[in-house]
Design a protein around this ligand. Structure first.
Ligand SMILES: CC(C)(COP(=O)(O)OP(=O)(O)OC[C@H]1O[C@@H](n2cnc3c(N)ncnc32)[C@H](O)[C@@H]1OP(=O)(O)O)[C@@H](O)C(=O)NCCC(=O)NCCS
Length: 174
């Protein structure tokens, strides 16, 4: 199993036994209202499918999904996804609200970017955040992402379009 070790955390791919812990964290509106595609009531079944998709995506080279584990407890995720291997990876993450403000997202996303760089898969990375979620923009800024443009993106968790800031990172810009 692919693992990343950071100063404080173990990052490892999700397995089906993680579904309950993940579903519990993402049922918090502070998570699903700030990402594009998590349903407000996403339960175990859909979370299980997400885990299986992550496994399939890893085999296809389109997904690298990591859970961030501290002392055996899942506290966050950091993931890279692309629709096709010809496209740049999009970086995404969430942190369980009880752990916000501890630098978890920055440490995990930075480790993921470094891991992608070592694999030669980070020449160009894309990401972004809803305009009313500046903390995520700050995380991306710290990793060397810059703003490219703004446009509305549908947020499943809110059930409406939300102003979104798109960002890009070119290699060596942290
Ligand atoms: C956004 C999120 C990932 C941040 O996680 P975190 O572990 O608390 O982030 P970090 O502690 O690594 O860094 C947060 C940074 O944002 C800053 N910040 C926090 N609130 C902020 C605000 N309202 N405005 C501007 N910056 C803010 C912090 O000061 C910190 O920057 P600093 O290190 O320069 O002081 C977390 O809040 C989260 O999971 N939110 C819901 C899901 C989500 O938004 N995912 C990203 C989708 S784009």
């Amino acid at each position: 199993m692919t693992e990343i070790r950071t100063e404080r955390f173990l990052m490892r791919p999700p397995v089906i036994d993680d579904a309950a812990a993940i579903a519990d964290i993402i049922s918090d509106r502070r998570i699903y209202e700030n990402v594009a595609s998590i349903e407000p009531s996403q339960g175990m079944e859909k979370t299980g499918r997400w885990i299986l998709n992550a496994e399939r995506g890893a085999q296809l080279g389109t997904d690298h999904v990591f859970l961030v584990v501290e002392e055996g407890v899942v506290i966050a995720t950091a993931a890279a996804h692309r629709r096709a291997t010809s496209e740049p990876f999009e970086i995404g993450y969430w942190v369980a609200p009880a752990h916000w403000g501890r630098g978890v997202a920055t440490e995990a996303a930075r480790a993921l970017v470094t891991w992608l760089e070592a694999r030669g898969q980070a020449a160009k990375l894309v990401s972004g955040h809803f305009k009313d979620n500046p903390a995520s923009g700050r995380v991306l800024e710290k990793l060397g992402f810059i703003v490219t443009h703004e446009a509305p993106v549908y947020c499943v968790g809110r059930g409406c379009d939300v102003d979104h800031i798109f960002m890009v990172r070119k290699a060596g810009t942290e």
